[in-house]
Structures are given as structure tokens and as C-alpha cells.
Design a protein around this ligand. Structure first.
Ligand code: GLA
Length: 385
């Protein structure tokens, strides 16, 4: 059975009737460009071949009811009672999206309520944006079902607002943009200032490359601690340097920045500035020389996150170093950091050996066994049925 058929089935079992439609959206891997999104910089993610489905059916009243494969109970909310704090737990994501659609100007005063059912195979807590997948699937479904007429960049902002308010994490636009704009076998080169996006073929399969994900199972929470602190450092750096955001600082400006900033803030700034340049270099290298040539940029990105931005953890470093030692083209942690996943770009014949080496290295260090799997760049949010 396809995932869409399974979603239809689950809806029918839960609600006792056939859904009007099924929409889905993928999680994401960020190939490069970390902590650059909220600095108005550049990112280059792709969509995962793991998705969240939402099956939707009309109701006669103005109630939104959400059920899911990951919770025993459905949660209901009246459309006249929308607020970011109205519900908590997993249901806050889909209901937060409904609230955020209204915040963006959707007139929901006349629409009828809906029943929603959610299923997903995006790993939760792995730094692969399972929450963005959920937000974007629901945002696209309601946008189309209610005829709201928002374009995808606006839906990405809707998802981000839901995330910021519901989860309380001051995250950027990366995850939702990737989930909505991704295409098969391609990356999304996004300018987070203008929100101009260009879809660029990755050609991994042509060059016999695979992307290996190492989910360390080290938990991260962007609503607390490190993520917000990094963001505050970036804002502080921009203030001292007299720019609107770190996007306006170029690699050539770094010597001057070093004179003006304290050591820690300078290293935070240096990560963002050099990471923006690495995204541009990655896109250019990919176009001119193909994906086998981007490895050193991935490696350099990891070093910068480990030493300058200080968002890696020993498990991520071990995954990266072990992959590199066993022949990966390049490797880096991906996502917000402090846990989650690393990625390695690996020649297909080496995938079993690299995976094995990572598992062995984790066992030797006494770390919890990671989950290692390959992913392929896949299509963004869409209607399936
Ligand atoms: C998390 C956030 C994104 C982005 C990344 C770091 O995934 O949700 O907005 O800031 O971290 O690049």
C-alpha cells in the first residue's frame, strides 16, 4: 500500500468515512548553511524521502478535530477559539498552523471545520524537521481545501510562526522552506533575506553517491538553551558591527570584526559569515564540478560549527570523523545542533563499510547505538489524493 492509501485507510478507520483528500510534506536534510537562516543568509537543504501525510474530511460545524497515529486521543478546537496557547502537545502543531494562517490574513470566519488525521515516517527528534513536515502538510492542505490562495513562501512563514509560537523556539525559515519548495534529486538554494529560491540538481545518483544520515539519538531542544543563545550572539555581533544582520558582513570584513568583538562573539560571527560563503561556494562547485567536489566544503562547515559556533556534541563529531576516515566525500552535522543527526556524502559501494564503521566506533566509545540510513532528495509538499 502507498503511504497515501494508508493515510486514507487510517482516516476511514478513525472517522468512519472517506477523506476528501490526502496531502503530504517531507522532513529535510540541510546539506549546508547552518544558523544562517535567521541571519538573513543562505541555506541549501533538500527534502527527505520520509514524509508526513494529512488526510482531511469536511465537517458540518466549525470544529477542527485532529487525530494521529502517534497519540491515542483526538483533539478538537472550535475555529472561533483559535489561539497559540489553546492546546499543548503534538496537536498544537496542526492547530497552531490554523491559528497562524489566520494571523497571515486568512478569513476563516465562514469556513467549515475539518477532521484531520496525521501519519508520518519522519523520525522525531532526529534533527530532520519532523515538525516542519507536519506544519507544511497541514498548511498546504488547508490552503488548498479552503481556497486561501497563499503561495508557498508565505506558507513557509505560516509554518515558522506556528513553530515559533507553539514550540517557543526562535527558529528561522529553513525547515519550512525546504519542506515546501523541495524537488526530487535537487537542493533548494534559498536566500533567506529575499526568500528567492532556486532549485538546483544535486546529481548524487549520477555520480553514484549516497547521503548517509547518522541519527545520534542525542536529544536537542531548540526552545531552551543553546539555540536561542547563539541567535542572541549573532544579533549582538550585528549590532556592534553596525549592520542590519550578519548577511551584510563579508569574509573580507572579518579582520575588522575581530578588533571590535569579544573572542566568543567574533567566533559566532565568523561561523555565520564563512558559512554563507560556503553555501555560495557549494552551489557554484556543484554546478561547475559536480557533487563529488563539494566534500571539503561540508567538512569545513562541520569544523566551523564545532569550533567557532560550538553547537556540535561528541557523538556528532565521532559520526563525522569516522565517516571521513572511512572514505566519505564529506561529512557534517546537520540542523540546529546540540544533538540530532550528522550526514555523510558517500560513494555507493562504501555505504556498508562506512555505516559499519560508525556503529562500531559508537559502541567502542560507549555511546548509544545510532540509527544509520540513506536518504534521497525528494519532492516537497504536495497533494497525493
Ligand atoms: C533548526 C532551525 C532552523 C535553522 C537550523 C540551523 O533546524 O529550525 O531554522 O536555524 O536549526 O541551521
Amino acid at each position: 500500500m502507498t503511504d497515501a492509501a494508508l493515510a486514507l485507510d487510517a482516516f476511514a478507520q478513525w472517522y468512519g468515512r472517506r477523506a476528501a483528500g490526502v496531502w503530504s510534506a517531507p522532513g529535510r536534510v540541510n546539506l549546508i548553511g547552518e544558523h544562517t537562516d535567521y541571519n538573513d543568509g543562505f541555506v541549501f537543504p533538500f527534502g527527505l524521502d520520509r514524509r508526513t501525510q494529512v488526510a482531511l474530511g469536511d465537517r458540518d460545524d466549525r470544529v477542527i478535530r485532529v487525530a494521529s497515529a502517534f497519540a491515542p486521543e483526538a483533539v478538537s478546537l472550535h475555529l472561533d477559539e483559535l489561539s497559540p496557547d489553546a492546546v499543548s502537545g503534538w496537536a498544537a502543531y496542526p492547530l497552531g498552523v490554523v491559528w497562524a494562517l489566520r494571523e497571515f490574513g486568512a478569513d476563516l470566519s465562514q469556513v467549515r471545520g475539518v477532521d484531520l488525521h496525521l501519519t508520518s515516517d519522519v523520525p522525531v527528534g532526529a534533527g530532520l524537521s519532523s515538525s516542519a513536515a507536519l506544519e507544511c502538510a497541514v498548511a498546504l492542505a488547508l490552503n488548498e481545501h479552503w481556497g486561501l490562495g497563499f503561495d508557498r513562501p508565505t506558507l513557509a512563514k505560516v509554518g515558522r510562526l506556528a513553530e515559533n509560537r507553539v514550540v517557543g523556539a526562535p527558529t528561522g525559515i529553513l525547515d519550512q522552506s525546504a519542506s515546501l519548495l523541495a524537488e526530487t534529486d535537487a537542493g533548494v538554494f534559498l536566500d533567506c533575506r529575499s526568500l528567492d529560491a532556486e532549485v538546483i540538481p544535486l546529481r548524487f545518483a549520477e555520480e553514484d553517491l549516497e547521503v548517509l544520515v547518522v541519527d545520534t539519538h542525542v536529544e536537542h531542544a531548540h526552545a531552551t538553551g543553546g539555540y536561542a543563545a547563539r541567535r542572541a550572539s549573532c544579533e549582538q555581533g550585528a549590532r556592534v558591527l553596525g549592520v542590519e544582520s550578519l548577511r551584510d558582513v563579508h569574509v573580507d570584513d572579518l579582520p575588522r570584526a575581530a578588533e571590535l568583538l569579544d573572542d566568543e562573539t567574533f567566533r559566532r560571527v565568523r561561523h555565520v559569515v564563512t558559512e554563507n560563503q560556503r553555501v555560495l561556494d557549494t552551489v557554484r562547485t556543484l554546478r561547475e564540478r559536480g557533487p563529488s567536489a563539494i566534500g571539503t566544503l561540508l567538512d569545513a562547515s562541520h569544523v566551523s560549527m564545532r569550533d567557532d559556533f560550538e553547537i556540535s556534541v561528541p557523538e556528532l563529531d565521532l559520526a563525522v570523523e569516522t565517516s571521513q576516515r572511512h572514505g566519505a566525500v564529506g561529512a557534517r552535522m546537520t540542523g540546529g545542533g546540540f544533538g540530532g543527526s550528522a550526514i555523510a556524502l558517500v560513494a555507493k559501494p562504501l555505504v556498508p563499510a562506512v555505516s559499519e564503521a560508525v556503529l562500531t566506533a559508537f559502541a567502542e566509545r560507549g555511546f548509544r547505538a545510532p540509527t544509520v540510513f540513506t536518504v534521497s532528495p525528494s519532492q516537497g509538499a504536495r497533494r497525493d489524493v
